[in-house]
Design a binder for this molecule. Structure first.
Ligand code: LIP
Length: 264
């Protein structure tokens, strides 16, 4: 495998190039299309994905790419870049500044570099396997909350969530009954995971995501000392779609609530 620091440098460079492109669209305006009911895509998403792929290919022409918009390699490709050019497109179209340019590198199915850049705030989250997670070059770590009643918890709802929407709402109600500090729905899974990694949120769960939404954030959480699993409690992989991320201490409590609600 290539050198991890070099991979991270290329990920950051590509994220910054995409950030510059996205900022131009923020200033000039952009065309919005619908991919499906309530599922938006903009000119900025397409242009940002293109520039990310082009930038990475300059260093790694042989690598594979899996992105939200156009590039569609398999998750088991040996050297794979997993890209969400604008995670939080709905926020973006409404000028809500909670958006992540999310870029991860996976080697033989394992994410080893993850980078999330918010083009509105310029906050840059970076994780390298075995070397920790940082926010703007400063180390970050997950929170120390031990109970639901000490926790601020985030979630999200996919378009067309079906019955899982009821499960999510039931879990939220239970968490409120258990006197959590609050529930947040930010609208960008990558940012939710960065917030778990940096200890702002104690946990985050969502029941239908694509791997480009969480690939980078998954490593950020792990390298910051947290845990990210599927509802069975098994370490998350790029092939999962339901996830719980936390500081580790509150994980079993949230898993138990989720599984109870799923089976009732
Ligand atoms: C979105 C997520 C959001 C989730 C949506 C969607 P997009 O990504 O990050 O938090 O709830 O279902 O997947 O489509 O804006 O890149």
């Amino acid at each position: 495998m290539e050198n991890l620091n070099e991979l991270a440098n290329v990920a950051v460079l590509a994220a910054k190039e995409a950030r510059n492109t996205v900022k131009k669209f923020i200033e000039s305006g952009f065309k919005i299309d619908m991919k499906g009911p309530a599922n938006l895509v903009t000119e900025a998403d397409l242009a940002a994905e293109k520039i990310i792929v082009e930038t990475i290919k300059k260093t790694y022409p042989e690598h594979s790419f899996l992105g939200e918009e156009k590039v569609k390699a398999e998750t088991n490709a040996e050297n794979l870049w997993v890209i969400d050019p604008i995670d939080g497109t709905t926020n973006f179209t409404h000028d809500v500044p909670v958006v992540g340019i999310s870029i991860a590198f996976s080697h033989k199915g394992e994410v080893v570099v993850g980078c999330v850049l918010n083009p509105f705030t310029d906050d840059l989250y970076l994780a390298i396997k075995g070397k920790g997670s940082t926010l703007n070059d400063k180390p970050i770590k997950v929170s120390s909350a031990e109970k639901i009643s000490d926790s601020l918890i985030a979630t999200g709802f996919y378009y067309g969530l079906g019955n899982d929407l009821n499960v999510s709402l039931d879990v939220i109600k239970t968490l409120i009954d258990k006197e959590c500090h609050g529930i947040r729905r930010m609208g960008a899974a990558s940012i939710d995971l960065c917030y778990v990694a940096s200890g702002k949120f104690d946990a985050y769960f969502e029941l239908k995501l694509n791997c480009w939404d969480f690939a980078a954030g998954m490593l950020l959480v792990r390298e910051a000392g947290g845990i990210i699993t599927n509802p069975a409690g098994i370490d998350l992989t790029l092939n999962d779609s339901q996830l719980i991320a936390s500081n580790t201490s509150v994980h079993p409590h949230i898993l138990a609530i989720l599984n109870e609600r799923k089976s009732s």
